[in-house]
Write a protein that binds this ligand. Structure first.
Ligand code: FE2
Length: 252
C-alpha cells in the first residue's frame, strides 16, 4: 500500500475540492504519483460543527465520491477520516467517528501562530481514552520552528507527527527543520495536505526522493511504510525521539 493520509479531496466539505470533477482530477494525480490509498481529512472544528453534523455531511459526500470513483474505474481506495482543529473542548467529546476509519488515531491540527495552551494535558487525556494523536504538518507552526524542543516533549508523550510534502519541496527553512526532525525520530509520515492542483498538489514521491538525500534510505523507507501501519493500528516506525538542537539558526 502507498497511502496519502492528509488530503482535502472530499468535495464541498471545506476549502479543498469543490466538485466531483476536481476530486477525480486530484485522485488521478495521486495515482500517477504511485498512491493507491487516500484518506479524506476534511477540516473539523468544534466551533462550526457537532461531530454528528460533520459525519452526516462527510458520509454523504464520501458516498458520492466513492460512486464516481467506481464509475471512472480508478483503482484507488478511499478512507474516511478528519483533520480536527485542536480545542481543549475536544476532550469531552466522543471523537471515534473522526479517527482514520477502523483505528483510534486522530489527525489534530494546531492553530498556526499561537502555542496551543493545554496541549500536553490534552495529549495525556487522549492517551487515557485510547486515542493516538497524529499532529498535522509540524512544519507549519512557527513556534515549533523557533523552539523545536517542544516537539520532542510531545512525541515522548506518545503522539505521532507528520510533515507536508510541500515543506520539503518549496521552502529551504522547513526542509532543514523537517530533515532534522526526521533524523531525530520526530516525524512519522509525510502527507500532501492537497487542496487542489494549484494548492499543494500531491507530490509525495518527489518529497521522499529529496528527503533520501538528507536522511538516508532507511528513514525514508520507514516513513513510506508508516501510513499502512497506521491504518492497520500498528506502532509507527521511528528511532527513539531526541531533541533537535538549533544553533545560529541551523537545525542539528
Ligand atoms: Fe489539512
Amino acid at each position: 500500500m502507498n497511502a496519502d493520509l492528509h488530503t482535502h479531496i472530499l468535495p464541498d466539505m471545506d476549502d479543498g475540492a469543490t466538485s466531483i470533477e476536481d476530486a477525480l482530477t486530484l485522485l488521478r494525480r495521486e495515482l500517477a504519483g504511485g498512491i493507491d490509498t487516500v484518506a479524506l481529512t476534511s477540516h473539523f472544528c468544534t466551533d462550526w460543527d457537532s461531530v454528528d453534523e460533520y459525519v452526516t455531511r462527510r458520509d454523504r459526500s464520501f458516498r458520492q465520491l466513492q460512486q464516481a470513483v467506481q464509475e471512472a474505474g480508478l483503482p484507488i481506495k478511499l478512507i474516511p477520516a478528519a483533520e480536527v482543529m485542536y480545542s481543549s473542548a475536544l476532550s469531552d467529546t466522543d471523537l471515534t467517528p473522526l479517527c482514520y476509519a477502523g483505528t483510534r488515531t486522530l489527525l489534530i491540527e494546531l492553530l498556526p501562530n499561537a502555542y496551543p495552551a493545554g496541549f500536553e494535558r490534552f495529549l495525556f487525556q487522549m492517551g487515557t481514552k485510547g486515542y493516538t494523536v497524529l499532529i498535522a504538518h509540524i512544519d507549519r507552526y512557527p513556534y515549533l520552528l523557533e523552539s523545536p524542543r517542544l516537539l520532542c516533549q510531545w512525541v515522548k508523550q506518545g503522539c505521532w507527527c507528520h510533515v507536508n510534502a510541500s515543506a520539503l519541496l518549496y521552502h529551504r527553512r522547513t526542509l532543514a527543520f523537517t530533515a532534522a526532525a526526521v533524523r531525530h525520530g520526530l516525524v512519522h509520515l509525510i502527507a500532501s495536505d492537497t487542496h487542489s492542483i494549484e494548492k499543494r498538489p500531491p507530490l509525495l514521491q518527489e518529497a521522499y526522493a529529496l528527503l533520501q538525500k538528507h536522511c538516508g534510505d532507511k528513514r525514508v523507507a520507514e516513513l513510506q511504510k508508516n501510513p499502512e501501519r497506521l491504518l492497520s493500528s500498528q506502532k509507527l516506525l521511528a528511532p527513539p525521539p531526541s531533541e533537535i538542537k538549533k544553533l545560529f539558526g541551523i537545525y542539528r
